[in-house]
Ligand binder design. Sequence first.
Ligand code: NAD
Length: 477
Amino acid sequence: MKQHFIGNQWVAPSSGDAIPVIDPSDGQPFESLARGNASDIDQAVGAARAAYEGAWGRLSAAERGRLLQKLAQKMLDHAEELAQLEARDCGKPLRQARADAAAVARYFEFYAGAADKLHGETIPYQNGYTVLTIREPHGVTGHIIPWNYPLQIFGRSVGAALAAGNACVVKPAEDACLSLLRVAELAAQVGFPEGALNIVTGYGQEAGDALVRHPGIDHVSFTGSPAIGKLVACAAAENHTPVTLELGGKSPQIVFADADFEAMLPVVVNAIVQNAGQTCSAGSRLLVERSAYEEVVARLSVAFGKLRVGPASMDLDCGPLIRQTQLQRVVGFLEEVRRDGLPITSQGQVVAEAPKTGFYQAPTLVRDVPPGHRLAQEEVFGPVIAAMPFDDEAHALRLANGTAYGLVASVWSRDGSRQMRLARKLRCGQVFINNYGAGGGIELPFGGVKASGHGREKGFEALYGFTVLKTISIKHD
Ligand code: NAD
């Protein structure tokens, strides 16, 4: 059994219980994790507090940056090992897992460089006063991480929190987190003081809930579903603990007839197929100007028909979904699509070599989806794209903004004025013009509005969220 990592040591769960780790490619258990509870969380928070008030808290910003840089290099040295772990654990095609391993190192590199550049300001005030602001760490931060991109989400959340000077307690997802346990071990090897970075594995309603409610936690960063995000925000409110919420999305790609289709098509395919559509910023809605709708749908159908799905180790276009219940969820959406008579235009293929016990879903293109249909409104978190036509810019905007979510959006058009008009009116946290980042871009602030959450991670902006601003007013002659 993989144990918790607390105070730079492997620690057995106080319950003695384990959680099986299932390989999504064949549906078989291949490892087990410690089933953490409130007592384990308490131990980890205690270790983090001691680090914050001790060796970790005494480091200068430059020294913290140097440690983060060492960890970034160590992760690069172990990139293939981390990628192999992530691929098996999450069912990601190896290419994607390798990109994630490179990304987590890059997050640490970015925040290593930023650690000593996070400064306050002086404020002009009345004569006889000097007023300044300083940015201080929250103290001990809690991080709840989902299973879809363990390495990347750890990088953007924990990397920034450590750079800002916090000591961290991480509760990763019960479905996939082996790579993070290895990263914590690497952090200890490069010299992170005991307790600066702690990982307690376990179920959300046990270890996760205990972390959010712990009075020793000074800030919570949660990435996951809107439903659990709401629970987390309510639980954190009991102690007035500030929360950053990175939740789901139903992100639109808006394609005008004047767009460069050659450039657009592969990006649109990738934005829904990457990670088998289990990406918060997946491009799951395709809005196309009516005059180009038939052509775009026809060309996209051809591309979808060529997609191949199989085990992570085969490194095809698409891997399995994370677990059986996720597969059932996606299948449920497609049953509704068939029942309601919506045309499934094209599907990829699950290869014959894929084990029958794995959790495979062929990428699926559904056209003419009414804007109010569940497929056009709710997050599927699978490789299913909903296409629909629009008549003009105003109609496109109404459709794009017409869900509960607001994470990212893209505009595909050669018209510069239209690009900016839409960019300003789209209600979301990121707008891509003639590209689609699918959440990519370590340097780019990321986060949502509405049901997609609040607060920003990634980029320099994330550092502000992991600090508290203090104003100091000095009266003098
Ligand atoms: P989830 O909300 O079920 O779980 C996320 C994490 O929360 C897991 O670690 C889980 O153990 C924990 N958790 C569950 N119940 C909890 C509780 N009561 N208290 C505290 N923690 C609890 O989500 P999921 O199924 O793991 O992930 C999929 C969802 O996450 C999708 O909606 C997706 O869009 C979203 N997501 C968002 C982003 C983003 O940056 N916006 C990134 C990745 C995933």
